[in-house]
Design a protein around this ligand. Structure first.
Ligand SMILES: [Zn+2]
Length: 288
């Protein structure tokens, strides 16, 4: 793969990240996204229009020293953070699609980058507002999942619990069946944990948004991928959750960001994680 694709993907990621900041700000406030309307970017504080040269991802934040040029409003650090994260995720997407040989490569990149962007937006919104909005989990996410299943079957394969569905269906339809089983598995597992957790804690342990979010992830990852993603989320959530609690004493840490992290880890490194959990770790426990 030529370096030019890596550079283009990183630049595109920074621009999409800048757009995600608008999505992250507007969806929880029920403001229209105005994707196709002629609404210019404006400062959420003074409502002044932002010139294009003050709207360059990451760089503008640095030379404006994190403040609005007109009113001096302190721009949340979330803005450059989301832009840098999105650029990094798009670079990772282009590298992994190339390494895994998923074809057609441009569509595989489109689907995985879109999924990564949705996970990133969901993470930021869940941290700030403790919700995982339907716009992402029930619309944008499933759209990416269905396109991925139909046109890039290699993303989660066509085998349902070791039974290859291709003799019965075309590859695209077979992987859609696998995806639907994955959505059901993701929703069932998180729904089950939510139900048991609510019984034990006697209050809502996890939101319905987490159930929908995991169904969305299962649609792209398949049932086994959904199981792996939840395992990664549990381990990551326990370790990082304890760390966050130790530093901030904050007990209300949302689970969505960990599910997003698990889903992205499995999307890009599924076989390696599978091997780590079921081969390397048991061998290490046995002292082998
Ligand atoms: Zn302003």
């Amino acid at each position: 793969m030529t370096a030019i694709y890596a550079v283009l993907a990183t630049g595109l990621g920074a621009i999409i990240g800048s757009f995600l900041n608008v999505v992250i700000h507007r969806i929880p406030r029920d403001e229209p996204l105005g994707l196709f309307a002629k609404t210019r970017s404006c400062c959420p504080s003074c409502k002044g229009e932002i010139a294009w040269f003050d709207n360059v991802p990451v760089l503008s934040y640095i030379y404006l020293l994190g403040k609005c040029r007109a009113c001096g409003w302190r721009i949340p650090v979330r803005y450059p953070l989301v832009e840098v994260s999105c650029a990094a995720l798009f670079l990772l997407a282009v590298l992994r699609v190339d390494a895994l040989g998923w074809t057609p490569a441009w569509l595989a990149f489109g689907v995985t980058a879109a999924f990564a962007a949705i996970c990133l937006a969901a993470t930021a919104i869940d941290f700030e507002h403790k919700i995982l909005p339907d716009e992402l989990t029930m619309r944008a996410g499933p759209a990416a999942g269905v396109v991925g299943a139909l046109f890039v079957p290699a993303i989660h394969g066509t085998a349902l619990f070791r039974h290859d569905l291709v003799p019965t269906f075309k590859p695209g339809l077979a992987s859609l069946v696998v995806g639907i089983a994955g959505a059901a598995a993701g929703a069932a597992i998180i729904g089950g944990i939510r139900w048991v957790g609510t019984l034990i804690a006697r209050r809502e342990a996890m939101g319905l948004g987490d159930v929908k979010f995991m169904a969305m992830c299962g649609l792209l990852l398949g049932p086994w991928g959904a199981v792996l993603a939840i395992m990664v989320a549990m381990v990551g959530g326990s370790v990082l959750g304890l760390l966050i609690w130790a530093v901030t004493r904050n007990r209300e840490i949302p689970f969505g960001p960990f599910l997003a992290m698990g889903a992205l880890a499995v999307l890009f490194y599924g076989p390696a994680i599978d091997h780590l959990i079921f081969v390397s770790y048991p061998a290490w426990v046995r002292g082998g």
